[in-house]
Design a protein around this ligand. Sequence first.
Ligand code: NIG
Ligand code: FE
Length: 416
Amino acid sequence: MSKQATSGLWDGLFVDCQLATLAGEQGLGLVEHAAIGWKDGLIVFADAMSALPDAPQALSARVESARGRLLTPGLIDCHTHLVFGGDRAHEFDLRLQGASYEAIARAGGGIASTVSQTRTLDDDALLAASMPRARALIADGVTTLEIKSGYGLDLENELKMLRVARRVGEESGIDVRTTFLGAHAVPAEFSGRQDAYIDLVCTEMLPAVAKSGLADAVDAFCESIGFTPAQTRRVFEAARALGLPVKLHADQLSDLGGGALSAEFGGLSADHIEHTNPEGVRAMAAAGTVAVLLPGAFYALRDTQLPPIAELREHGVPMAVATDLNPGTSPLLSLRLAMNMACTLFRLTPEEALRGTTVNAAKALGLADRGRLAPGMRADFVIWNAGKPADLCYWIGGSLAENVFARGNALRRWPS
Ligand code: NIG
Ligand code: FE
């Protein structure tokens, strides 16, 4: 066939599927006896087979039956610290013996320990350490991954982390979104000089990061063991002046008004939010700030303060779910397991959990081109060894993804 003759054909087509399109404002948008077709990395058809414009074989040279299996949008992990050196398994031991996360941090462990281990690695070594973690997430359905810096804490090492995060995307074939988290902790060389470090973040690091084009957003750790609301505000003002959107580690261990602070700056999200007060929830609702729930950190720290789920529902704040994959508080390598935990620990419904890792996670990253199965969206989707959406939350761990498509490219051989 000549190129001319094939140019109208789709690149691929699944028939006999059950689609969870997530296309509406609510619910899962289930379509039974459905088909999905894609071309040039974008979805061209996602609807009932009876609505196909022609016979399947006439629409694509590559057609496969999904044999009734479930297809969803590719999962979006909208909050990770996936790029880091070393690990902190010894802190797991310490916590089991009764030490708190805060006490470990104050004693020089915690984030500072990962900073030391990350600074020693060059780009290639840091990439090599990070890729297995990315592969684990992708293998069970992740097609968009947010990665934060924040273990470099000086310009050179923060830029290194952001470069490596971008390379994770290039090497793995999925889309990586990067977030500058220079205000994650005070580096040892600034000990006792928090404000001086924030000066550096605002006047030198942020402008250089913005100029590099390596960051899509800016985050901060607003907490008793992190930065004060006033310091966070300075970081947000600097980010705004540079045209970068913000998001926040907010109210995880105490209520510092972080939810409202993120909302005040039109934040894409406020994350953790176990201690966020009703005023903060209302501010988030008004600003359209997404609540990113991180049950892995809640679980690992054996936290007991639940995020204000009922209030978030009542005020219609979109809820996302992410792994918070990091070496300290959430060494969690499965977004599906985070969904399970969101149901079991936070009492989300399986439907909320799936909206939380698709359409709402896209919103938490400011992305309108994914998270739903509809014509024009990126052809990021997963074919699951499952027949219904609740299965994705029901099974605890393991791997259920039969194949993962990112921009129309299959992770595993396809057609199979
Ligand atoms: O989201 N709380 C701050 N940041 C991470 C933890 C980072 C770390 O302990 O290395 C979090 O939980
Ligand atoms: Fe985090």
